[in-house]
Write a protein that binds this ligand. Sequence first.
Ligand code: ATP
Length: 199
Amino acid sequence: MQLTSLEIKGFKSFGDRVEINFNEGITGIVGPNGCGKSNVVDAIRWVLGEQKTSALRSEKMENIIFNGTRNRKATNLAEVSLTFKNTKNLLPTEYHTVTISRRYYRSGDSEYLLNGVTCRLKDITGLFMDTGITSNSYAIIELRMVEEILNDKDNSRRGLFEEAAGISKFKARKKETLKKLKDTDADLERVEDLLAEIE
Ligand code: ATP
């Protein structure tokens, strides 16, 4: 699988549409302090579904929308798209090219898209689970994460191995199933109460 391009529009310092193409090999992004290099990484993390504003270096989600400059009006929509070439069919989908997009409006509404079609965040996280390309996986490593991994904060080292070994999706499914079982137990209890009342 290869990350081929990133499109950013109205996200943080990117008021105008910017497209970054990643060719084979290493791509480096260089520029003076404060020009927006880390915002590119934030954009990738965000489109992959990051919900924690602290991980995006923002106080609230609205702050990720371009808030204008002296010469340019603020925008009302932040939009990021990330495109992968699904070589080796690592992503469980029939598409050879996969584009995921996320939109966030100043009104607070948001949208996720998979190849241009509206979807749920769950569809995107499910698609990328165990590929190492989730918002909090080992594909995006910041300086603070290196420290967390070395200190094994919140069992983070184990989490990385689980993602690499491909068992995260089974853990997620187990959690979901246990929740359903708990809900079903509660429903059964309620039915039993009702039956007891009728009898
Ligand atoms: P450094 O090398 O110092 O780490 P950097 O190149 O990584 O810097 P970033 O941290 O990515 O820079 O970008 C910081 C810039 O992004 C600041 O100028 C900040 O004003 C701008 N910025 C952040 N959020 C927004 C926003 N919502 N609207 C407009 N500009 C924003």
